[in-house]
Design a binder for this molecule. Structure first.
Ligand SMILES: Nc1ncnc2c1ncn2[C@@H]1O[C@H](COP(=O)(O)OP(=O)(O)OP(=O)(O)O)[C@@H](O)[C@H]1O
Ligand SMILES: [Mg+2]
Length: 264
């Protein structure tokens, strides 16, 4: 298996209120090409910081360590090589631009398409993310859609340039349970169809187990446990991982194990 991205001893420090907050502490992690990897951990454990570092969205002064891309062979460009889906689609979508234009813009910028080709691509993407009426949606504005529909649009924009890596940071956390399940299924399908690598970030170990082949557990900025989903769920070595599991399913790991087994 090829390593897509290799993170080595990454430490990230933010300045806050005249002091310093260390969000990541010497994290080393290989993301394998084509895998579905989940990052889990409680609020403040450094999950988003890791995602932002990988997408090169942090000021370089705050990060120490290395991120290399052997499986890409070039410096990644956000939008082209990395698709990023955030928790709140309203924050990533432009409220005064039609949905079609926002998606077409990505395809135009990174694939060199003209507007007409880019709009055709946008329409096709709206169909792929199963928006009810893709033709109408092309001309709609974000506020005319539900939260789940907006997240579908954000996903369409994220994959418009055919990125190698899709990062979903709490992409379903703001949605109700049924919509959450639908979006997870959609991400799974798109990742499989396009052969993308998935970095799925969640505080929810059950969702992570449903989607990912491997799980990395973060706590206080450290990578505390990494393994296959079946191993992490079935035989966690860290008390912290067990606590995350227990918070979900009491002492009985059987339902999650069953899930991990079925999805393997
Ligand atoms: N821009 C920032 N400035 C200062 N401190 C920050 C900044 N972003 C994050 N932090 C701090 O860094 C630590 C890690 O935050 P991060 O957002 O990466 O955690 P997280 O695991 O994504 O949490 P959540 O589950 O709430 O999204 C926290 O202590 C947080 O308060
Ligand atoms: Mg976060």
């Amino acid at each position: 298996m090829t390593v897509l991205a290799s993170i080595g001893e990454l430490t990230v420090t933010y300045r806050r209120d005249g002091g310093k907050v260390t969000a990541l502490r010497s994290v080393s992690l290989d993301i394998m090409a084509g895998e579905r990897l989940a990052i889990i951990g409680e609020s403040g454990s450094g999950k988003s910081t890791l995602a932002l570092a990988i997408a090169e969205l942090l000021p370089s002064s705050s990060a120490d360590g290395r991120i290399e891309w052997p499986g890409l062979g070039r410096t990644p460009l956000l939008g082209r090589d990395i698709g990023f889906v955030f928790q709140d689609p309203s924050a990533s979508l432009d409220p005064v631009m039609t949905i079609g234009k926002q998606i077409a813009e990505v395809a135009r910028t990174h694939l060199g398409l003209n507007w007409s080709q880019a709009y055709a691509k946008a329409r096709n993407l709206l169909e792929r993310v199963r928006l009810p009426d893709p033709d109408a949606a092309l001309h709609a504005f974000p506020h005319q859609l539900s939260g789940g529909q907006k997240q579908r649009v954000a996903i369409a924009a994220a994959i418009a340039a055919g990125p190698k890596l899709l990062i979903a940071d709490e992409a379903t956390s703001a949605l109700d349970t049924i919509v959450q399940t639908e979006i997870v299924a959609l991400i799974r399908q798109l990742v499989a169809e396009d052969g993308m690598t998935l970095l799925f970030i969640s505080h929810d170990i059950a969702l992570a187990a449903e989607l990912a082949e491997r799980i990395a557990v973060f706590r206080h900025g450290r990578l505390v446990e990494l393994g296959t989903t079946a191993r992490i769920v079935g035989a966690p070595t860290q008390a912290y991982t067990r606590a995350l599991l227990d918070a979900h399913i009491g002492l009985d790991a059987a339902p999650l194990l069953d899930l991990a087994g079925r999805r393997a």
